[in-house]
Design a protein around this ligand. Structure first.
Ligand SMILES: Nc1ncnc2c1ncn2[C@@H]1O[C@H](COP(=O)(O)OP(=O)(O)OP(=O)(O)O)[C@@H](O)[C@H]1O
Ligand SMILES: O=C(O)[C@H](O)COP(=O)(O)O
Length: 403
């Protein structure tokens, strides 16, 4: 993989360099609640701008449906990037259209622009190679060189991640180089016991990872939205909690295999429930009830692990040689459902082992709940990406940078 240092030594002054970043930051309306992913790409953007490149930053944000949707505009992220750089950052109101063309054409050496959300274009995420290719051609027309630095999205076979690098000279940015360097440690040289804590809301993406982890980790702790599919698979009622029904047979098989292989697959013993999802705007008190994990009342949803589970998970993390944690244990954005995530974060801080936190929301949780980033071995910007890396999968966005 050629890195940005090689590009810089070849000289980039006057060249249009497209940086595929992951600026998929959590938003409350148009307010960025955690800018970690923007900060993470700064070294790359700064180095290119200082070397006189005309920098075009492209990213996705959220999961819009292949058409413009103002709720997912990158405008707030572009503004924040400008603040962090201490420079004006131009913003194109489309991704590959007139605005993008004019914005990029108007860049002087050393200036930076952000184009609108890649996923406002159906070609970005299309499963059809030709459709993705057409969109990649249009992106390629905006640049002379490609720098891949959106680690959080390297597991996606998307036009800007996979097809575009094939069309331009391509290099890995500083963030990708750092992330891969640290995660390699978790695959090559693991101090044991290796404990993995999984939570979050992207249940369908993450359940499959357990399949691979069953052969790698000694202990897997399950929390967040995915816990309820496990409880359901064990025959418990889960009310209106998140459920990935089609995964129940797979989950039953994981539970059986864990038993046979001597892997501890640990599930919540209690959970916080409420009749409704909390109001995330007002953050009004949600008054949740704590119930045993096998006694979730009908019409109630599980929104955090309970106090007994917090203690249990802390004890399971206490002697870990290595910890990888992805996905909040509950809806941590609401104060009534933040304790589970706090307890796991604290257990990592207290752990003598090498600790890695992976995921946009998990990293945001750690920071917004007031933990010191330095207390963790590594905070990865990629959730799904780091999990798939640890699974040993070939990641499209890394493979594309290799040849
Ligand atoms: N029980 C639950 N029910 C519903 N949502 C939940 C539950 N527990 C956690 N969440 C939500 O999960 C979200 C984070 O999940 P996600 O899988 O995206 O995490 P991540 O891996 O850190 O991020 P990413 O994969 O996007 O990098 C949070 O917004 C949180 O509110
Ligand atoms: O948040 C993430 O994990 C990355 O930004 C990728 O987003 P996605 O899961 O919507 O592809």
């Amino acid at each position: 993989m050629k890195t940005i240092d090689e590009l810089l030594s070849e000289g980039v002054a006057g060249k249009r360099v497209l940086v595929r970043a992951d600026l998929n930051v959590p938003l409350d309306g148009t307010t960025i609640t955690d800018d970690g992913r923007i900060r993470a790409v700064l070294p790359t953007v700064k180095a290119l701008a200082e070397a006189g490149a005309r920098v075009v930053v492209a990213s996705h944000l959220g999961r819009p449906k292949g058409a413009p949707d103002p709720a997912f505009s990158l405008a707030p992220a572009a503004a924040r990037l400008g603040e962090l750089l201490g420079a004006d950052v131009a913003f194109a109101t489309d991704t590959v259209g007139e605005s993008a063309g004019a914005t990029v054409a108007g860049l002087a050496d050393g200036q930076v622009a952000v184009v609108e959300n890649l996923r406002f274009n159906a070609g970005e995420t299309s499963k059809d190679d030709a459709e993705r290719g057409e969109f990649a051609d249009r992106l390629a027309a905006l640049a002379d060189v490609y720098v891949g630095d959106g680690f959080g999205a390297v597991h996606r076979k998307h036009a800007s991640v996979f097809d575009l690098p094939a069309r331009l000279p391509h290099y890995a940015g500083y963030l990708i180089a750092t992330e891969v360097g640290v995660l390699r440690k978790l695959t090559d040289d693991v101090r044991r016991p290796y404990v993995v804590a999984l939570g979050g809301a992207k249940v369908s993406d993450k359940l499959a990872v357990i399949d691979a982890l069953l052969g790698k980790a000694e202990r897997i702790l399950i929390g967040g939205g995915m816990a309820y599919t496990f409880l359901k698979a064990q025959g418990h009622e889960i009310g209106t909690s998140l459920l990935q029904e089609d995964q129940i047979p797979a989950v039953r098989e994981y539970l059986e295999r864990a038993g046979k292989n001597g892997v501890e697959l640990v599930l919540p013993v209690d959970t916080l429930v409420a009749a409704e999802f909390p109001d995330m705007k007002t953050k009004a008190p949600a008054n949740p009830t704590t119930v045993a994990a096998d006694a979730i009342p009908a019409g109630h949803m599980g929104l955090d692990i309970g106090p007994e589970t917090r203690k249990l998970y802390a004890s399971k993390l206490a002697d870990a040689g290595t910890v990888f944690w992805n996905g909040p244990m509950g809806v941590f954005e609401h104060p009534d459902y933040a304790e589970g995530t706090k307890a796991v974060a604290q257990a990592l801080v207290d752990s003598p082992g090498f600790t890695v936190v992976g995921g946009g929301d998990s990293a945001a949780a750690v920071r917004t709940l007031g933990f010191d980033e330095q207390a963790f071995g590594h905070i990865s910007t990629g959730g799904g990406a780091s999990l798939e890396y640890l699974e040993g999968k070939t990641l499209p966005g890394l493979a594309a940078l290799e040849d």
